[in-house]
Design a protein around this ligand. Structure first.
Ligand code: HEM
Ligand SMILES: *[C@@H]1O[C@H](CO)[C@@H](O)[C@H](O)[C@H]1NC(C)=O
Ligand SMILES: *[C@@H]1O[C@H](CO)[C@@H](O)[C@H](O)[C@H]1NC(C)=O
Ligand SMILES: *[C@@H]1O[C@H](CO)[C@@H](O)[C@H](O)[C@H]1NC(C)=O
Ligand SMILES: *[C@@H]1O[C@H](CO)[C@@H](O)[C@H](O)[C@H]1NC(C)=O
Ligand SMILES: *[C@@H]1O[C@H](CO)[C@@H](O)[C@H](O)[C@H]1NC(C)=O
Ligand SMILES: *[C@@H]1O[C@H](CO)[C@@H](O)[C@H](O)[C@H]1NC(C)=O
Length: 329
């Protein structure tokens, strides 16, 4: 009996060893091909706290900057992956992404990224990528403004080029309908649930008149008094850069009111309101769920942010660690 027991136990141990070995081997492969939350734990353990302290100081100075930093990460990831390409200034070799239509006169937060990078270069020269700075700063902004937290996988490297026409092609426009929004996200490996959850980012930040003029003058699925009040600062022509809150209720608090607004036909962008038309579509059901259940929104948002942050990162020997985020080394 004892021998048999030992025999079986021995056999089980062998199986366990094999399983452990396979698991260790596949996780090694993950370390080589994908990102890891512990990427900087020996090379720059202070990195997360440095990023956080600059982000918090920037938001304390100007609440909107948290929204701007979140958007920077999104606009980076949708254009050839999360590789810091949006941060590059134009050069003789390429026209960068900052003047692409979705970014021109609208994308902001570069000075905060530059501050973070300068502090990181002092603490750990040449170690932390600009693409990772964007991913951590996005998370820290959401947390500071009252949203969910999540563990940020790290180890992205920075691109050596940028492409304005790719930014025009891949960053979705606010004029898109639901079908086109789904395609845009699906092209990045993101599902309808990710689209709806990530659109909840519009619970913070602002948009220019030029981004919602079509919505307030041409759309019929808009609350009449909401449209009327928006027309005051956003005439049929002119005042293109006049700003309005994306979430009319709490524009500097990361909550689920964005979804309440959609149910009330008070989405600011045409693309926002496309997610809810009261016909019990799959998108409608997600919007209603998130409007009623902030925890479900927070959970799905955090997961979708990690998914978005994993879009085509440069790893290993690809790209470089830029010393200045706005230019290649
Ligand atoms: C679903 C497709 C999306 C469209 C069509 C869209 C479009 C826009 C537009 C037009 C603006 C206002 C820009 C301006 O007028 O200056 C804006 C702002 C913003 N977007 Fe989106 N967006 C989308 C998804 C996302 C996602 C996925 C995120 C983040 C994960 C995001 C984060 C933000 C934030 C935080 C702002 C406010 C930025 C600020 O105040 O500086 N958006 N978006
Ligand atoms: C960016 O905006 C500026 C200022 O409005 C404008 O002069 C320029 O033509 C725009 N660039 C592009 C590429 O649209
Ligand atoms: C830039 O992006 C456009 C649109 O995706 C693509 O057609 C073009 O080949 C890219 N240019 C370079 C130099 O990669
Ligand atoms: C959505 O927009 C696309 C591109 O503009 C258009 O071809 C399509 O007919 C639209 N779909 C719906 C359902 O309106
Ligand atoms: C409103 O719709 C009309 C007709 O389709 C179009 O010509 C106009 O450009 C639209 N206005 C805005 C601000 O989108
Ligand atoms: C709502 O959107 C769905 C999907 O795009 C569409 O099939 C349906 O006809 C729309 N309902 C209304 C009332 O516009
Ligand atoms: C990139 O452009 C910005 C704005 O024009 C400027 O402040 C910054 O110094 C530039 N970066 C480099 C490395 O030249």
């Amino acid at each position: 009996m004892g021998a048999a027991y030992n025999y079986y136990r021995g056999n089980n141990s062998l199986i366990h060893l094999a399983v452990l070995f396979a698991a260790a081997f596949s996780s090694l492969q993950i370390v080589h091909s994908k990102l890891s939350p512990h990427y900087y734990s020996s090379s720059c353990s202070q990195a997360p706290s440095i990023v956080q302290s600059v982000v918090v100081a920037a938001i304390q100075k100007e609440a909107r900057i948290g929204a701007s930093l979140l958007r920077l990460h999104f606009h980076d990831c949708f254009v050839n992956g999360c590789d810091g390409s949006i941060l590059l200034n134009d050069t003789d070799k390429f026209i960068g992404e900052q003047t692409a239509n979705p970014n021109n006169n609208s994308i902001r937060g570069f000075h905060v990224v530059d501050d973070i990078k300068a502090q990181l270069e002092k603490a750990c020269p040449g170690v932390v990528s600009c693409a990772d700075i964007l991913a951590i700063a996005a998370r820290d902004s959401v947390v500071y403004l009252g949203g969910p937290s999540w563990t940020v996988p790290l180890g992205r490297r920075d691109s050596t080029t940028a492409n304005r026409s790719a930014a025009n092609t891949f960053i979705p426009a606010p004029t898109l309908n639901l079908t086109a929004l789904i395609s845009s996200f699906s092209a990045q490996g993101l599902a309808l649930k990710d689209l709806v959850a990530l659109s909840g980012s519009h619970t913070i930040g602002q948009a220019r008149c030029t981004s919602f003029r079509g919505r307030i003058y041409n759309d019929s699925n808009i609350d009449a008094s909401f449209a009327r009040s928006l027309k005051r600062n956003c005439p049929m022509s002119g005042n293109d850069n006049e700003l309005e809150r994306l979430d009319i209720q709490t524009p500097t608090h990361f909550d689920n009111f964005y979804f309440e607004n959609l149910v009330a036909s008070k989405g600011l962008l045409h693309s926002d309101q496309e997610l809810f038309n009261g016909s019990s579509t799959s998108a409608d059901c997600l919007v209603k769920k998130y409007a009623c259940d902030p925890h479900a929104f927070f959970k799905d948002f955090a997961r979708a942010m990690v998914k978005m942050g994993n879009i085509k990162p440069l790893t290993g020997t690809q790209g470089q660690i830029r010393l200045h985020c706005s230019r290649v080394n």
